[in-house]
Design a protein around this ligand. Sequence first.
Ligand SMILES: [Zn+2]
Length: 441
Amino acid sequence: MNAARKQISLAMAALLAASLCVAQRSDPEIARQIAAIQAIDNHAHPVLAPPLDASDREFDALPVSSLEPQSDPVALRPDFPLLGAAWKALYGFDVPLPLDAQGIKQLQDARKKVAAQQGEHFPAWVLAQAGIGTMLANRVGMGRGVQPPQFRWVPYVDALLFPLDNGALAAVSPDRTEFFALESIVRSRFLKEAALSAPPATLAKYLQQVVTPTLERHKLGGAVAEKFEVAYLRSFDFSDPSRAEVEPIYARWIGGGQPDGAGYKRLQDFLFRYIAMECGRLGLAVHLHALGGFGSYYSINGGNPLLLEPLFNDPRLRKTNFVLLHGGWPFVREMAALLQKPNVYADISSQSLTMTPHTQAQWLREWLEIVPEKVLFGTDGYPYSEQLGWPEATWIAGRNARQALGIALTGMLEDGEITRQRAGDLARMVLRGNAEALYKF
Ligand SMILES: [Zn+2]
């Protein structure tokens, strides 16, 4: 190759590389704007303030601590470098990773000291450290320090889908054995709140005395959405049976015995649609765990958001807003297409914890280029482990999400797709404006 031709081909390679690359880091002015916005966190699991934090288990209906081991993502391992940055920022605790037993004890002491200083305000203090003004608290119940206006309630309703004997479903995997046992605790709670000692004998009475009153009670208790972790329990392929078809299934098995599997699935399908319609009537959004994880037995295929398309296309459900938590990962391109449905939203919770900003920025940019009004900030702050507590997870995810947003917007600005003014508007929309509009805050 002669020198001139070599130079031309090098220049072309550089051009091609530039066109394939997303921006590597955020424009400083965009980063400043993003840092100044008090965010609304669409999804997290805050733990109650001390002294109730030690015994609180209501941060999840299905705590992940009960799962069998899987190959953990790097961000959930004890040597993840950002953990150290979070400890330093939150508690002034600066010890090299990974911690030994003594280091863990020192970390616990450092965390306890700050929590004791803050007392009941500790959960709100955690939000302030992460630049979060309001957090949607996905919890079985609210409690000390986790209260409005900083925290808004998102309760769980999966237990309503499974009123019959769940023995066969529970036997599918060790994780599901744990999950269905936990769901029966929530179901007992719903029955008790409905002043019933056993489920009613007919489906009509179950809907009237248990399902609708539970949703109405949640609404009265301040709920802004209902959360389904159903992807941990069965697949997203909800069919559309008539009430007449499933009434005999309910009546036949509600008193006990192993229900026929296909019939029981149809009953769950009917109940899911009924609950989603009731949520629309009550002005509650429907939150769905939509993420390929966690747990070694989790069905990634069964949690493909595309399986939900018939629900999104059901005219009876157009008053119900569905929020796919965790952005449907790994089905992030399918998610972009689904955002075109008028009642479908996505948040970036959890992926903001486990993905690097650069990786997340790629599909975040695609979403922002298609339907930016439906994209919501989120952390999935959760007490994952002794070292990665909910404060650390919230802090790390908040930091990553802001960086990812900065990279995505910088790329769009550099490519002439948006103005600086629009970049600032989009940042505000993702971090809080879209949630304000969706939940009517
Ligand atoms: Zn979560």
